[in-house]
Write a protein that binds this ligand. Structure first.
Ligand SMILES: [Zn+2]
Length: 227
């Protein structure tokens, strides 16, 4: 709910999570990864905000705590990724001709079914505890093992009432990810761990004078330009 705090916790050690967020009362308003990336950068941390799509454009949540170090890896990787997206069964089928039904896309779809939402409502994610980057020559996306230690967390303040869905990625801590064993690292499912979700009320006095942000109001997107 608006004004509450939510903490995503690596309760048993490194594990990547795929996060989707909607306006609880209007699922057409949902997290917009690419605009958030434009505003804050390709990896987010404390005081960055997760923005909603058009025609709304407001912060759904504000990140308020992050225990993962912000120093880039030697390869330039950083944590809490907005470059990539969720793993999905269509890509496994296309690349490996493999039926795999516990991808993040599947998990997110199942999680939101009780809210009468479908896979069409699943959108580009924030990859929490996930280290990624682009190689400096060809800008090819890469992933590195999650640096999360037991008890590490990412915490956010809900700016409006939100529906959140979090998938513990079947690629686990990304130490063994790869298509059809490409990385040679073994079975990623063996590296999977649970993620914890905690929700806290904020002392009411701290919210004195605070109000939820409103969507940006434009006069019309259909009008012809004024001469
Ligand atoms: Zn995944």
């Amino acid at each position: 709910r608006a004004g509450q705090v939510c903490r995503l916790v690596a309760v048993e050690g490194p594990q990547v999570g795929d996060l989707n967020i909607w306006n609880l009362h209007n699922p057409r308003e949902r997290f917009w990864a690419s605009r958030t990336r434009q505003i804050h950068g390709a990896h987010v941390t404390t005081y960055d905000r997760l923005w909603s799509c058009l025609p709304y454009l407001r912060p759904l949540v504000t990140l308020i705590a992050d225990t993962i170090p912000r120093t880039p890896t030697p390869a330039g990787g950083r944590c809490h990724d907005l470059l990539g997206t969720r793993c999905d069964p269509y890509l496994y089928k296309l690349l490996d001709d493999r039926d795999f039904n516990v991808t993040c896309h599947n998990n997110l779809t199942r999680a939101i079914a009780p809210y009468h939402l479908t896979e069409l409502d699943v959108h580009d994610v924030l990859n929490v505890f996930q280290v990624t980057g682009l190689d400096p020559v060809h800008e090819i996306y890469f992933m590195e093992p999650s640096p999360a230690k037991k008890g590490d967390y990412l915490e956010f303040f809900a700016e409006i009432d939100v529906l959140c869905a979090l998938s513990a990625c079947p690629s686990g801590d990304l130490s063994a990810w790869g298509w059809d064993g490409e990385s040679g690292g073994g079975d990623p499912l063996a590296t999977c761990k649970p993620l914890g979700v905690e929700v806290y009320d904020v002392p009411p006095a701290l919210l004195d004078g605070w109000r939820s942000p409103q969507p940006v109001q434009v006069r019309s997107v259909h009008d012809a330009p004024l001469i």
